[in-house]
Design a protein around this ligand. Sequence first.
Ligand SMILES: Nc1nc2c(c(=O)[nH]1)N[C@@H](CN(C=O)c1ccc(C(=O)N[C@@H](CCC(=O)O)C(=O)O)cc1)CN2
Ligand SMILES: [Mg+2]
Length: 294
Amino acid sequence: MAQILDGLKVSKEIKEEIRVDVIKIVETNRRPPHLVAILVGKNGASMTYVNNKIKDCKEVGFKSSLVDFPSTVSESELLEKIDELNKSKDVDGFIVQLPLPKQIDQEKIIMAIDPRKDVDGFHPENFGKMALEMDTFLPATPFGIITLLERYGIDTKGKHCVVIGRSRIVGKPMSILMGRKDFPGNSTVTLTHSYTPHIEEFTQKADIIITALGDPNFLKADMIKEGAIIIDVGITRVEDQSEKGYKLIGDVDFESCKEKASWITPVPGGVGPMTRAMLMKNTLLAYKTSVYND
Ligand SMILES: Nc1nc2c(c(=O)[nH]1)N[C@@H](CN(C=O)c1ccc(C(=O)N[C@@H](CCC(=O)O)C(=O)O)cc1)CN2
Ligand SMILES: [Mg+2]
């Protein structure tokens, strides 16, 4: 029977550590860190995530601002706002909630963000630094996963890690972090995706599986080996009769896999809350860098 990697519990510990740090900052008459979130359109999940980011800021003592645009916003209007935030002395970090509407070129938007304020760690400069093992902002979800492994003392050295999915937000950076000469890292990594034939031939040999597919209950017990460590990044909203109108289903068939795995993350309450905590951590880092090094 697997033990639970409790992301909700660890995320609360991390946010508490940040809150204590911010109290010390404010006590010395300095302003608190300031995060700005840009939301485009009215996608239900994106609205929830952005509202939660604002809530987290309040909890840890940060200043926060929400900039919302209609889904019809033009690329140039968005770029103008980014330019303003890049220049603002009052803003330490900002994020543009993804996905963006089709008329907006996501790459152009990400490239426009000042890497020093890119607390999502999506800018190619920060991605490159991550790959080269230099200090930088790590993307919040992969950062959350390595922090969760670290806090539970899980040894990843010499393990075979299979990552499923190659998105810029999760799969690609995750595959790089697990192979770095750092702790947690030093794994042998296989990055699988939609063109990987017979994916179970890879997952059945894996010591660690990190799934970021968005395919509910995709990973079944017969696809994993005894004692595997299972990290579920998939969160799909599936309609039901509850008050919310939906429930959240991960990529992992939790009920069957928990009988065979050694460690497993739940959905909800696993990787999601860690993503939120690590954005706060990156914002604090952006604040400290601008305060001490600019
Ligand atoms: N600019 C960004 N866009 C997106 C990111 C990102 O890191 N930066 N990641 C995802 C969405 N995301 C944060 O933005 C995110 C997703 C899920 C959770 C979370 O807490 N999940 C909970 C369930 C919450 C719910 O839906 O009720 C859980 O798993 O327990 C936090 C953040 C895409 N876009
Ligand atoms: Mg800075």
